[in-house]
Design a protein around this ligand. Structure first.
Ligand code: ADP
Ligand code: ZN
Ligand code: ZN
Length: 727
């Protein structure tokens, strides 16, 4: 009997020893063990000869699960790093990364299925099918080209492709088979479909990366919107596939995956592509994970969680829109997928490409100081950059948030049959309901936040905790019957636009309207096929989309981010507005961007007009250096929450005391209430620590975290956030 050290999903920073009949190659496998009165699943982290636990107290592992392959050592190495760096228990880290099916005791054994063309199907000419059966035709054509497809490839054809598959199965043109799609022969792995010749700048970028495919090297691809970054990724991926390796492509949003997946499939018809994101159901998640791990999937496309996908032949990582805040997980293991991607590339000795028009200042600084290699795409491919102009809301009177000049500009585009986008980063009808008689405001009783008025389903809703209540008929304070919405959200702007342009086809795109499954895919098609004239949307629309008929972008309410206490607010606003503006004029026409603001002379807006990221970043970096903010220092935030603020502050006071006793080269700030004091019925406070040495901060955090874990906090819950993005 050996000793196996098992990581379990418990918040304790240690491994648990069991006796077990294990070999060295069982490391990374799942195991069933008794824990307290229960049986749980864990992962074997080590196999050892002896344990520090007295022999009679050691329990015996029940069963090592050898059906699935073990997590590769390289993956465990990344997870170990994440656990150490973010001070999150290793067992919890490993278990949280596994697909849910692998975390359960009775995970039904998945038998993978793929679909193959039959002899009967072979004999059918897709072009002879009725013209209106478009999806069926396309699907059959794809089968004739590839013979065998997995479900993911089928679903990527169209939203209704699964229904078409059922028809093909019923006709016996296609049959289901056990097993996975066999990997294609190496020579078909590269790109086959037509591709545009690269521009000089694109070519330089591709060459620079391809010259270093065998070593770790981080590249920052700084390319303005519409400069063709995607094409650079695809060329580098092509080279990596030809070298027989796998490529990992990370994107910030699930909403971006279907279009990118379709593009990648189209470009690499011979390569198996799989996706990993939270929109998959459990069995898809497991299938895709195993496809990555078996090496069958050659390109893995996914959101932040995909950074952990097991990839035995990893040859390249690409992080698109690397500045995007959604790469950071805000609970549990508070990791940055972008940062872990860089660590992973270094561990594996492969290149990583970080792409953005507005990189995070941390990334840009690394490129400037030579740790990353800077590659730039300074020009748009087909068009001039959009022209940015400001509408002073001091001079123009707004109605429902819209200025006469913006409305006139929309009318011009409508006349020409072009699309416009009105951007407002608030969903709902109005951000608050108010009584003008007594000043009552609709606010959430569980959060320091206001309840947003949603007129569509007649509710007041908290966007932070989800609490909702019916709209009161009269003021709850004074009984006044006239309650008025204050400010604008997407629904109100949509309503106003309908009144102004009764004949225009208007589409609202926000988290509410895109919630139904496949809603967004349908909307995207409508936009591409010009079934829409005016889009009203939130930042869902800002990222990465290529809408060739969209030429005017109007921005409402940009100022709300201008004077925020958060030192990252200007960086975020600049990135957001650059992204939104970048949606305009990606086809042939000149794009126009009109930003409504009270402060047209603000330096941020001046820099935005000239779209000079480098200038803007240089100034911000100088400010950050002076003020002693990241990237010139490293930070961590200890957050505490309790039913009452006093308890949270009390815990942080004790933590401060502990910290001061340990403190080396680390600055410990005063504990303060959180910017948003109450959230979901709990009150929050936080304590910032920082150092100009990452390693000293890490050493301090290890000792501090261990000391905190040993104390019994009163009623406070706490967590540590390393490299926090939000304060
Ligand atoms: P970015 O991601 O940098 O904003 P995209 O990658 O979306 O830009 O490219 C913008 C548009 O230019 C896309 O429609 C793309 O197909 C097209 N494109 C990219 N590279 C080329 C090229 N070398 N020649 C012609 N068109 C290109
Ligand atoms: Zn009132
Ligand atoms: Zn709330």
């Amino acid at each position: 009997m050996k000793i196996i050290r098992v990581g379990l999903d418990v918040p304790v920073a240690k491994l648990f020893d069991y006796r077990g009949d294990a070999h060295a190659d069982d490391v990374g496998r799942r195991v069933l063990v008794p824990f307290g009165k229960k049986t749980v699943v864990g992962v074997i982290i080590e196999v050892a000869a002896a344990s520090a636990v007295p022999h009679h107290r050691l329990k015996t592992a029940l069963r090592i699960l050898r059906d699935e392959p073990p997590l590769p050592a390289d993956d465990l190495r990344l997870l170990k790093f994440a656990s150490d760096y973010y001070h999150h228990a290793l067992g919890a880290t490993v278990m949280n990364v596994l697909p849910a099916r692998l975390r359960r005791i009775n995970a039904p054994r998945q038998i993978p299925v793929c679909y193959a063309l039959t002899a009967a199907g072979e004999a059918i000419d897709p072009d002879k099918l009725p013209a209106r059966a478009t999806v069926k035709r396309r699907l059959l054509a794809l089968f004739k080209q590839q013979r065998i497809l997995d479900y993911g490839a089928i679903r990527a054809v169209a939203v209704t492709a699964p229904a078409a598959l059922k028809q093909l199965l019923a006709l016996s043109w296609v049959e289901a088979r056990e097993g996975v799609v066999p990997p294609p022969p190496a020579h078909t792995l590269g790109t086959t479909s037509a591709r545009p010749p690269l521009t000089v700048a694109q070519n330089e970028a591709v060459q620079a990366v391809c010259a270093q495919l065998d070593i770790f090297k981080a590249f920052l691809l700084l390319g303005i919107t519409g400069s063709g970054k995607t094409e650079v990724y695809l060329h580098v991926i092509d080279a990596v596939l030809r070298a027989g390796r796998q490529a990992l492509l990370l994107v910030p949003e699930i909403a971006l995956t279907p279009q990118l997946e379709a593009m990648v499939r189209d470009r690499f018809p011979g390569a198996s592509i799989t996706s990993l994101h939270s929109g998959l159901n459990e069995s898809e998640r497991l299938d895709h994970w195993l496809a990555a791990q078996s090496g069958q999937a050659r390109i893995i496309l996914g959101t932040r969680l995909a950074v952990f996908a097991p990839l035995p032949q990893l040859g390249l990582i690409v992080v698109d829109e690397e500045h995007d805040a959604s790469y950071k997980q805000m609970d549990g293991l508070r990791y940055s997928a972008r940062d872990l991607a860089v660590v992973r590339a270094r561990q594996r000795g492969v290149p990583i490409v970080l792409g953005s028009a507005t990189p995070a200042l941390e990334t840009y600084y690394n490129a400037k100081n030579g740790r990353y290699q800077l590659l730039t795409l300074p020009h748009r491919i087909n068009a001039a950059p959009p022209r940015i102009d400001y509408i002073s809301t001091r001079e123009e009177k707004l109605a429902d948030g819209l200025s006469p000049r913006l409305l006139a500009a929309i009318a011009v585009r409508l006349e020409r049959g072009e699309q416009s986008l009105v951007f407002i980063n608030r969903r709902g009808y109005a951000p608050v309901l108010m009584c003008h008689a007594c000043g009552w405001l609709s606010s959430c009783h569980r959060c320091s936040a206001q309840l947003v008025l949603h007129l569509r389903d007649r509710h007041l809703r908290c966007h932070h905790c989800g609490h909702q209540s019916p709209i009161p008929a009269t003021c709850p304070e004074c009984g006044n019957a006239e309650l008025a919405p204050v400010g604008q959200g997407t629904q109100r702007v949509e309503t106003a636009l309908v009144q102004h342009f009764p004949r225009a086809r208007i589409l609202r795109i926000d988290r509410d309207s895109t919630r139904p499954r496949h809603a967004w895919q349908t909307m995207r098609r409508q936009i591409h096929e010009r079934e829409v004239d005016i889009l009203v949307g939130t930042q869902i629309l800002a990222k990465g989309h290529d809408f060739p008929h969209l030429n005017l972008v109007g921005v409402l309410n940009a100022d709300s981010l201008l004077y925020s206490a958060d030192f990252r607010a200007p960086e975020r606003l600049f990135a957001l507005l650059t992204q939104v503006a970048g949606r305009a004029g990606r086809g042939d026409a000149q794009g126009e961007v009109l930003i409504q603001t009270e402060f047209p002379q603000h330096p941020l807006y001046t820099a935005l007009r000239s779209q000079d990221y480098a200038y803007f970043a240089r100034n911000l970096l100088a400010e950050r250096r002076q003020a002693g903010f990241p990237p010139f220092v490293y930070q961590a935030l200890l957050r505490a929450e309790a039913p009452k603020l006093e308890a949270a502050l009390e815990f942080l006071a004790a933590a401060t005391h502990t910290a001061k006793a340990l403190s080396q080269n680390v600055t410990i700030y005063d504990a303060v209430p959180a910017g948003m004091l109450r959230l979901a019925g709990r009150e929050r406070a936080q304590l910032l620590v920082q150092s100009d040495s990452r390693s000293e901060l890490q050493a301090f955090l290890s000792a501090w975290h261990a000391a905190l874990a040993d104390t019994q906090p009163n009623r406070a819950r706490w967590s540590l956030d390393v490299d926090p993005l939000e304060f």
